[in-house]
Design a protein around this ligand. Sequence first.
Ligand SMILES: Nc1ncnc2c1ncn2[C@@H]1O[C@H](COP(=O)(O)OP(=O)(O)OP(=O)(O)O)[C@@H](O)[C@H]1O
Length: 362
Amino acid sequence: MDFRLHLLETITDNFSDEQKVGSGGYADVYRGVYNGEEIALKRLHPLQLLDHWAFENEVRNLLKVRHQNVVRLIGYCYDTHHKFVQHNGELVFAKAMERVLCFEYMQGGSLDKYISDESCDLDWPACYKIINATCDGLNHLHNEQERPIVHLDLNPANILLDKDMMAKIAGFGLSRQVDHTDTDDVRTESRIATTMRYVPPEYIDDGRISEKFDVFSLGITILEIMAGRTALSRYPEMSQEQFIEFVAEKWMERLQGTLTSQEIDTIRVEMCVEIALRCVEDDPHKRPSIKEITNDLKELESEIEGMPLSSHRLKNLLARYDRFSIDSLIILHSSTNYSLCPEPSPFIHVYIDVHSVLRRLQ
Ligand SMILES: Nc1ncnc2c1ncn2[C@@H]1O[C@H](COP(=O)(O)OP(=O)(O)OP(=O)(O)O)[C@@H](O)[C@H]1O
């Protein structure tokens, strides 16, 4: 939808400071109400020609996308007019440009404000929901378009939360469509200015871009949700297993006394850290695709929700979690058919020694 500038000025009190809710590298963001719905108006800083490319990108790519985990673009305004402005103490007649993007309003703000150096302030169910939603949104960009859209600026500041803490990917100024898979990267001539921590080594070394760029950024983002902004700096001191255990123990402490099932949440915590560590592999070919990640997350939930497991999957699960008291989680149906029960029924409380189960499976 093409908005008139006058309408946007009216609903934001002339882009007043009272209506301003945030600022970024190339825009200020205001709150307004349109047709009874709260909207966010992202007003680009004027007269920056470089940003015009970002504006067009954001509109072009977001117009193609409709998904519950990608922020919804409601419309835009592109208005040019001439007016007198002060320049070096003189009044000159200049061309003024107004570019505004209008989005659904995200009451929870951006994810970065909940993340500190050591941890994320949100509770585990919220964190897990955000990780799943971000993965689903990214999967939509990479795999459910005519040509994949690579975001190239995925980080907690570009993950917005609505009033129900549902995460949506935003900040499409650097995004672009690519024609190929990760084996056939495109090299970009113009180096993109994005937050360095989230940028993969192949881009820093020779400017290569592919879907695996986003997967790397996703990995850093998940690690920060799981263990705080400085998470990755601790990783080189430990082996992968030690790091997973370190993060899981921290969450176990936080989960003590909560109503959630600690064993199951620990399985989820470990799975998320494991996925994140695979995403931040230096070699892009060793990183999983976002499709593999969403499949792994869904498979884990199916297992937890008690769907029949293949003996191979159960073996993997048991091998990973034998240090927990999973006895109350497992109901043995037959030698090849198992299910996991999130909340064990008092009537079917079967104690199983994990190692004896493993022996029977071999
Ligand atoms: N749809 C929205 N609803 C509510 N708040 C928003 C919305 N979009 C952005 N904001 C707020 O405005 C801030 C700045 O927005 P945004 O990051 O999109 O600007 P930007 O100029 O693109 O930033 P950068 O390019 O530096 O990432 C966000 O951190 C967030 O707090």
